[in-house]
Design a protein around this ligand. Structure first.
Ligand code: HEC
Length: 119
């Protein structure tokens, strides 16, 4: 009986450590993002608010939207000759970092009201 209890305790401990491993993604590193973002800022603006219409504003955008876009460029599900080149070099952690970094910048996003063709 005692052995059963010990085994059960051991099993629980194992499960607990597996659960911990599964959720332990590296925390966001904004310093690393700042370095990487220098390349991006040439097009997307130093403050993430590009003024040229062909470069989307990243500042203040939802982080999961930014991350998803970067994953899609990297995996080829969203195709753009420029962004594919930059995204293919990014790791999952780079993407998490960059998404948090740009998202935290004060944004000047606007909706497309009055700017859509045919409106
Ligand atoms: C040489 C110019 C250039 C550079 C450098 C660049 N981008 Fe882009 N980026 C673009 C263009 C152009 C688009 C729009 C592409 C499209 O229509 O899908 C874009 C789109 C994006 C989008 C999608 C935005 C949206 O609203 O859907 C994200 C996110 C993004 N870039 C992040 C980055 C990051 C992060 C970097 C740096 C690692 C970077 N970009 C570097 C030109 C650039």
């Amino acid at each position: 009986m005692k052995t059963n209890k010990t085994m059960a305790r051991l099993a629980l401990t194992c499960l607990a450590s597996i659960a911990t491993l599964a959720v332990a993604a590296e925390p966001v590193n904004l310093e690393a993002a700042k370095q990487l973002a220098q390349t991006c800022q040439a097009c997307h603006g130093a403050d993430g608010n590009s003024t040229a219409a062909i470069y989307p504003r990243l500042a203040g955008q939802y982080p999961d939207y930014l991350a998803r876009a970067l994953h899609e460029y990297r995996e080829g599900n969203r195709v753009n000759p420029i962004m594919s080149v930059y995204a293919e070099k990014l790791s999952d952690q780079d993407i998490r970092n960059l998404a948090a970094y740009f998202s935290a910048m004060p944004g000047q996003l606007v909706d497309l009201h009055g700017r859509m063709q045919g409106e």
